[in-house]
Design a protein around this ligand. Sequence first.
Ligand code: G1P
Length: 295
Amino acid sequence: MNRRVSKAIFPVAGLGTRFLPATKSVPKEIMTLVDRPLIQYAIDEARAAGIEDFIFVTSRGKSALEDYFDLAPDLESALEQKGKTELLEILRSTNMDSGTIAYLRQHKALGLGHAVSCARKLIGDEPFAVILPDDVIAAEKPCLQQMVEAYQDTGGAMVAAMEVAPEQTSSYGVLDVADQNGAVTKVRGMVEKPAQGTAPSNLAVIGRYILTPQVLKNMDSIGRGAGGEIQLTDAIAQEITAGRDVFGYSFKGERYDCGSKAGFLQATVAFALARDDLRDDLAGFLADLHNGQQA
Ligand code: G1P
């Protein structure tokens, strides 16, 4: 199979209940880290990795996402008239070409595997990426780009991987490691959300995947898994059972779990501290706050 990865699926159908009441009317993916919506980080990362077709799997109440990716001609001309070229450039950098974005609805919340399989007809017969926008990864070379490069050598299916504390493995898909070669781990099994104390390793799946269409076909036979949901992890593990290669890729970068409030706040602070226009003020404020608490 050719190894060009030009399509990416963004599963964005989740209700975002952990961020209620904010997510009552605002999709979680539109919530901002500093001044960019979560989804923009995912799109930027995909673009850097050479993705050309963007497939969003959405659900009811997510139309703000579609509006976000539409052009804003009134806003653009207002900024133009006022000579606000810098803002105009920022705004235009978010524009997507017509025909490059597709929106599909997952009609029932049956799990991540099911959400991804909703895009089956648009994927056709080529490898594709999956990006979970909740996992925000700050990296010199964007995580998916690292993976696409490694994938040129490995083929197979590849998931981003990261060591987590043993008590956290039950929140993730976890890899059973066969063999490790630098950043690439050959996987001999995968378990979604293993019960405490039963995880095969501390190497957790993070929300970046490069998959083959076969993984989508596997979805028909796996049935419901952890939490009663159709799990992407199980469909990938099925590849191993069928004798095909699955790899974990230990990316370089800092991952923030923006599906949790603590992770979202950490990402907000880290991304703000990385910005020239905000660093000094915020660092001063945080130092004062810290000193005040210690006093
Ligand atoms: C999903 C996947 C899980 C993965 C995690 C990474 O779980 O099912 O395998 O480890 O994303 O963030 P969720 O966080 O949606 O429960």
